[in-house]
Design a protein around this ligand. Structure first.
Ligand SMILES: C[S@@+](CC[C@H](N)C(=O)[O-])C[C@H]1O[C@@H](n2cnc3c(N)ncnc32)[C@H](O)[C@@H]1O
Length: 206
């Protein structure tokens, strides 16, 4: 049976989300694969060609157990660090040895202590309610001219006026919007996610 009340926890506080993912960590990889989750591989593919995997540093925000890092590693990324609020998830990510380092961090409480080359954030914006604040933090973290890729659920893209937040950063010269994908499958094998897809959103910092 699918994990219950997963789709509706986007409005919970960070401590509740940390507890959810600490509890889920040992079973996460197997369960989410069973729901048809392909976002880590899709995101890694979309980063290809935007930066130099063998030389550029990349921060994986909300890395969880490390699925995105593994997908990036498969495509030749060598300087990946991860950050997440769930220490149980980070312990698993670190044993996979795909990250140079992993860090405990809450992206609902910027500023964070990071600087990086590129940045990816896959499956995490669900829990980061202030889209403009988070995007400004991402743009601050990366080097000028570097790519940022994030995913946003289609329902939350609308509810959080995500396009307006993206446009605000473009208007004041913080970044250029490279691509907002059409809706793509997110967790097609989970009954709560019927009708909820995902946008892959790519930017380049100025
Ligand atoms: C759906 S999982 C995605 C994990 C990984 N990116 C993947 O694609 O498998 C969401 C992750 O976001 C993390 N997260 C939630 N709120 C966060 C916050 N405020 N700061 C940092 N990470 C957070 C959770 O701990 C969890 O690991």
């Amino acid at each position: 049976m699918a994990r219950e009340n997963l789709s509706g926890q986007y409005a919970s506080d960070t401590a509740t989300i940390r507890a959810l993912y600490d509890d889920w960590a040992p079973a996460y990889d197997g369960e989410i694969e069973g729901y048809g989750y392909e976002a880590p591989a899709v995101a890694a593919q979309r980063m290809a060609g935007l930066a130099d995997p063998s030389n550029d540093r990349l921060l994986d925000v909300g890395c969880g157990t490390g699925l995105v890092g593994k997908a990036l590693g498969d495509l030749g990324w060598r300087h990946v660090e991860g950050a997440d609020v769930s220490e149980a998830s980070l312990r698993i990510a670190s044993t996979a040895q795909t990250y140079r380092a992993v860090h405990t961090a809450d992206f609902n409480a910027p500023p964070t202590p990071f600087d990086s080359g590129s940045l990816v954030c896959v499956g995490v914006m669900t829990y980061l309610a202030d889209v403009e604040e988070v995007c400004r933090e991402f743009a601050r973290i990366v080097a000028p001219g570097s790519p940022i890729l994030l995913t946003q659920r289609t329902d939350l893209f609308e509810a959080r006026e995500t396009q307006a937040a993206f446009d605000a950063l473009a208007a004041d010269g913080t970044w250029d919007i490279l691509d907002i994908s059409d809706p793509m499958p997110y967790l097609p094998g989970h009954e709560e996610y019927q009708g909820i897809d995902v946008h892959y959103c790519v930017f380049r910092s100025r």
